[in-house]
Each structure stands twice: as structure tokens, then as C-alpha cells.
Design a binder for this molecule. Structure first.
Ligand code: SF4
Ligand code: SF4
Length: 426
């Protein structure tokens, strides 16, 4: 059974469970009606899955980052991983190089290893007893073989070219034979897809343009997005001044659009900015965001399929999956970025503040597909045309009532965009 089939079955069994539950609830609460029932009453959260490009795999929109489990007792590891599985999280990032953490994750997954997509990193090592990167082929091979062994598996779903943050790293993966090694792993079926991880949009773009990559794990949150592409977000995040936060960096925005255009999936790291975005004291916006707002921001970027949330307890997993039952108001992150609206002028941030539309147009989605198509209007990828055409209403349905433009905080010329979309996708 492939992941797509599995996700369908999972969704169906959830729906059956919900129906059973509604019947039981109605029996014990005679006054209850369907309209008064809220699925949150039953704590049922229906996971959403998005396709990982052309790989045939689909990932849950909430994924699990396991970094914070490193060094934790096995009981905590088991509790967290089992909670993730219970909530139908099916993608796990595992970059840590240590034997113990890998063994414990393999043990906690047990027979359910086949139910998850594992991102396993090639080049992540601990030669000096700390997290490190190696571009030495024999070292990379040794650590990857150990990954299979310690996890107790014979395949990794996505073999990730680790930490591609510099031009030097890009040159080394070619000159040292690491790309050839990864391609060979894929040919042999030891990895099902090739991925990469990066915090640098320029280097990331170079790796993606090689055409060998199906997935990229990239650091996305509003603070990083408003940081110039040339800034090293990892080393300067703490010192970044508020003044730098003026608009979404165009190189970052283009990277996401390029991914969607090319069918490359983005999984997101640093969704919560290492937790700093959650606290008014530490956030560069001087206002704390909620986990739900951070997740929603990432999931509304083009190309994003999953947010890898670093959790170290069942409680944190539950907090993350609460996103699935959040209202539009709870997801809304506009109060964080709206003060910069002068700088975002005319650029759609896909926030949906312009709804409702009397023509039932999903304006944010039409704008998103239009933005991607305009990257290369003469060669719009068939997948983008197909996504656009699968919308229930498109640009040609716009009646130019103007209600969206009155509501848009960023003065986007929606009517003009609808006309452009209708023309481009006709
Ligand atoms: S048109 Fe404006 S309100 Fe609508 S999604 Fe784009 S930025 Fe948000
Ligand atoms: S102008 Fe067009 S897109 Fe905007 S709300 Fe009216 S019908 Fe919808």
C-alpha cells in the first residue's frame, strides 16, 4: 500500500469514527443536534496530506522534527513518537547523527516504521562529539549506513543533502562524489527520493536547479522571510533589529514560487523561529505569535507541504495538531505583519483577508498560482495549470465588485489579477 492509499484509508476511518461518535453522542445527549456538534468535542482532528512533488508520497501538513528528543530518556521518545503516530503525523525529520537517538527512534517506531516518511540526512556527523557536517564521501557513507542499521530499516524515504548553506558546500557535493552516491542510492531503491536542507535561499536555489531534488527542508517564518537573503539567519537571528523587518525578501519569495512551479516540495524547519516568535519579549515583532499562527504562515507559502515541528512530549504534539481544528481567526497572523503594510503594498501574502468573495473565488490561491505562473509566463508548468483549473471558481468568474480590494490590507489589485489569471490560464 502506498502513502496515498494509506492517507485515503486513514481519512476514511477517521470519518467513520466521527460518525460513530456522533451517534453515540446523540444517544447520550438527546438534545444534541448535528449543528451543535463540534468535532473538537471528541478531540478528533483530521490530518491533511499534501503531495511530495512527483514522488508518489504525501506528507501530513504537521510533521515531527526530532532534534529536541536527542539525549532524552527513551520513555519521552516513545511517548512523543507514539503521540505523533496517533495523530496521523506521517513525516519525521531525523538529522541527528548519534547512534543512541537513531536507535531509540527506530525502536519507538517499531513495526510502524513503514507508516512514516523519514527524512534522513547525508553529511550529518558527530566526529567531534557534536553536531557537525562532513563532505567526505567515505564519512558520509559510513554515517548513512549506520543510520539504516541503527534505525533497523533497509530504506530511507528522503535522502537529504545536509546543510547546503554555502557555495563551498555546493561545490563539494559534486567534487567529492556525494551527488553520485546519492543518485546511486536512489537507483538502488535505498532512498526513495532526494532532498536537501538549507537556510540560504541563494544556495538552495542552486541545488534545486540541478534538477535532482524532490524536496527541500527550508527555514521559513515571518522573521526569516523579512530578512535579506544574504543575511545568515542562524547566526544573527538574536541581533536582527526591528528595522530590518520591512518586507518579504524577494529572493526567498521567488524560491518558494520556484518550488511550487517545479513540483519540489518544501518541508519547513524553524517554523516557530526556535520558539522566539512565540514570546513578545523575544520576538523581533515585539508581539508573540501562537503555534497555530506560525504553522499557518508557513503552510500558506507556495510549495510548502509540511511544517516539521520540534516536539519533545505528547502535549507538544497535541498543541501542534490543534492547528487542524483552528478557526480562520485563530490562524490569522496579520496583526504581526500588518504594521509593515506600506512595504508589502501591492504584493499578495495569501492571507485571505479579502474574503468572502461573492463569486466564491479563492482569491489567495488564484493570486498564488498567478504569481508562480508569472515567473515564466511562456512556460507555465502543467501542474500549476491543473491546480488552477481544479479551483471551483477562477479569475474569469470575477464580477469586479471590488469588495476584496476594500478589505485587502496590502492594496493588492485583485480585479486586475483576476483578469490576468483568466487570460493566462484560459
Ligand atoms: S489579495 Fe490582499 S487580502 Fe487577499 S490574500 Fe492577497 S494580500 Fe491577503
Ligand atoms: S472583485 Fe472579483 S475577486 Fe474581488 S470579491 Fe469581487 S468578485 Fe471576488
Amino acid at each position: 500500500m502506498d502513502d496515498k492509499q494509506r492517507s485515503k484509508i486513514d481519512s476514511r476511518s477517521f470519518i467513520n469514527m466521527q460518525q460513530t461518535c456522533i451517534l453515540q453522542y446523540t444517544k447520550i445527549n438527546e438534545n444534541a443536534t448535528f449543528s451543535t456538534l463540534n468535532f473538537s468535542t471528541f478531540n478528533y482532528l483530521i490530518m491533511e496530506y499534501r503531495n511530495i512533488g512527483k514522488t508518489g508520497m504525501s506528507a501530513s501538513i504537521i510533521g515531527l522534527g526530532t532534534e529536541h528528543l536527542d539525549g532524552k530518556p527513551y520513555t519521552i521518545m516513545e511517548e512523543t513518537i507514539h503521540a505523533a503516530l496517533e495523530h496521523h503525523i506521517n513525516i519525521i525529520d531525523l538529522f541527528m547523527p548519534g547512534d543512541e537517538v537513531r536507535q531509540n527512534i527506530g525502536k519507538a517506531l517499531g513495526k510502524r516504521r513503514k507508516d512514516v516518511i523519514i527524512q534522513g540526512h547525508i553529511g550529518s556527523v558527530d566526529l567531534r562529539e557534536q553536531y557537525d557536517v562532513s563532505r567526505d564521501l567515505s564519512v558520509c557513507k559510513r554515517y548513512f549506513e549506520k543510520l539504516l542499521d541503527t534505525l533497523g530499516t533497509d530504506y530511507i524515504d528522503v535522502g537529504m543533502l545536509f546543510f547546503m548553506d554555502s557555495d563551498e558546500a555546493f561545490e563539494q557535493i559534486y567534487s567529492n562524489g556525494i551527488v553520485d552516491y546519492v543518485l546511486e542510492l536512489k537507483r538502488k531503491g535505498i532512498i526513495r527520493a532526494i532532498g536537501t536542507s538549507s537556510h540560504n535561499p541563494k544556495v538552495a536555489r542552486k541545488v534545486l536547479e540541478t534538477g535532482i531534488v524532490d524536496l527541500i527542508m527550508f527555514s521559513i517564518n515571518p522573521a526569516f522571510d523579512m530578512t535579506p537573503a544574504e543575511t545568515d539567519v542562524l547566526s544573527t537571528f538574536e541581533e536582527l533589529s526591528r528595522q530590518q523587518y520591512v518586507t518579504i525578501d524577494p529572493i526567498r519569495a521567488d524560491l518558494y514560487k520556484y518550488c511550487e512551479q517545479q513540483g519540489i516540495a518544501i518541508t519547513v524547519m524553524k517554523t516557530l523561529g526556535g520558539g522566539r516568535l512565540l514570546s513578545a519579549e523575544h520576538s523581533p515583532f515585539q508581539k508573540g505569535m501562537t503555534v497555530t499562527q506560525c504553522i499557518h504562515y508557513a503552510l500558506t507559502r507556495p510549495g510548502v507541504v509540511s511544517t516539521m515541528i520540534g516536539c519533545q512530549s505528547a502535549k507538544q504534539i497535541e498543541e501542534a495538531v490543534r492547528y487542524l481544528q483552528a478557526t480562520d481567526t485563530q490562524k490569522d497572523y496579520m496583526d504581526i505583519v500588518s504594521k509593515y503594510q506600506g512595504d508589502f503594498k501591492g504584493k499578495c501574502v495569501y492571507c485571505n483577508h479579502c474574503q468572502p468573495c461573492p463569486a466564491n473565488i479563492d482569491i489567495a490561491m488564484v493570486n498564488k498560482y498567478l504569481d508562480i505562473a508569472l515567473l515564466d509566463a511562456d512556460h507555465v508548468p502543467p501542474s500549476i495549470i491543473q491546480h488552477y483549473k481544479s479551483l471551483s471558481s477562477g479569475g474569469s468568474d470575477c464580477i469586479a465588485c471590488g469588495s476584496c480590494e476594500e478589505k485587502c490590507p496590502f492594496s493588492v489589485s485583485v480585479i486586475e489579477n483576476m483578469k490576468k489569471a483568466a487570460e493566462l490560464f484560459k
